[in-house]
Design a protein around this ligand. Sequence first.
Ligand code: XMP
Length: 515
Amino acid sequence: MAGSTSNRAVLVVDFGAQYAQLIARRVREANVYSEIVPHDLSAAEFAARNPAGIILSGGPKSVHVEGAPQLDPEVFDLEVPILGICYGAQLVAQQLGGEVDRNGRAEYGRTQLTRLGDSALFDSDVPVEQPVWMSHFDAVVEPPPGFVVTAKTKDSPVAVLENVERRIFGVQFHPEVVHSPYGQRLLERFLRDACELGPDWNTADIIEESVKAIKQQVGSDRAICGLSGGVDSAVAAALVHRAIGGQLTCVFVDTGLMRAGEGEQVVETFRRHQGIELIHVQAADEFFGALKGVVDPEDKRKAIGEKFIRVFETASAGIEDARFLVQGTLYPDVIESGTKNAAKIKSHHNVGGLPDDIEFELVEPLRQLFKDEVRAVGSKLGLPDEIVQRQPFPGPGLGVRILGEVTPDKVEILQNADVIVRAELADAGLEADIWQSFAVLADIRSVGVMGDERTYERPIIVRAVTSEDAMTADWARIPHDVLATISNRIINEVDGINRVVYDITSKPPGTIEWE
Ligand code: XMP
């Protein structure tokens, strides 16, 4: 989509907390296009983007702290509807002449909100008393001139403030989180009534606009797309194919480190069903060669990543006149790149991640989309559920789920165990609640007894976690009888395994993967 859409955006101003992304997603869920922008844009820069509305996100603890981020005051005079959330609400109050008290008004977690009088934000059937999610230290105690107070809590006398004429609003609670059950309706009311926006951001339009933009960018040239088997590259390829058909060639590098049946599924889906020209590079031997004797997790990632680049380069060199490279970059990657991230925990340089000095021009049709939008686009383009609903899978694949040296026979053992884990969780109807579930092959042996024989074999570790975004995770509370079936089946059906353990570590302190 090359950074353009005909929809006027609602700009979500990022004040540095983790809430901006969630707000932007909630706006999109209301079928309104949203973008995240930094808080230090000038009023002129805001105006140049011609926003349909502005939402100020939550942020640091207090507007009173020295250096606390502010909004260019002239933004309030742009006559664009504004909704301040939490810190954003306090900014509205402080910058327009109200009072924010810094003493003893903190509220964290679930709080009871009481509505006061008529409101332009609450639908009339929303209860007078409702639970909301709070996370703030200071509180607005005096609204600015021209504002009315339409809700309070025990410790926030000004929990919602409104100036309907200027279309400027503030809410102290977080309407974007699920713990505020009427929050989404409040956001929708702001979008519909204050911003006068209809629900005009939908999957069919996204596809149509992307196709137009891709055609314009690529013209009559050729494009290449590396498929990993994952959702993002699959949807990017299908979208670009919709736009330029036979000018697209996909390259699928089979590393031998995918889960059972995944390689075949990629080939089947893209070559047969989508009719996309596909080069299937069977490179398992090369990858096993590169992994011989490598045991350190970071060295494995590096070996796999480097081998991938070389194999991909060789395969794509054979595609004559290719000028464009399709990448499945998503909106969260765009937002996050450039922010100073926390210490490196694992080098997530992806397999499929290509070097910076690549000679292609990039086509990134998913740059404006969140993951759930990408999945919806994929389904609409006819990709099967096994691909669009697929769990996240690490680029280095089973290479980081086999502790110690990676060999073909260990991959086979792990694939056989992994199939059982996934099948049993699917059978029990648990997949939708689980973020990732898989088997890990440990690098130790233990004594067991099978029949009358002593065994001395490896254990399989079963890992299943719930998560929102992979940054934090909890171990999934899988019913014991499901775990029992998984254990029995793995021991009976997978040679080389005599014990099954379930990982009950959250993240932090653990990570989702074992390496
Ligand atoms: P961890 O193990 O750090 O994983 O909790 C967080 C998420 O990232 C995935 N992961 C990777 N993805 N290349 C990737 O593309 C990698 O090297 C890699 N390591 C972990 C992991 O599956 C989880 O979704």
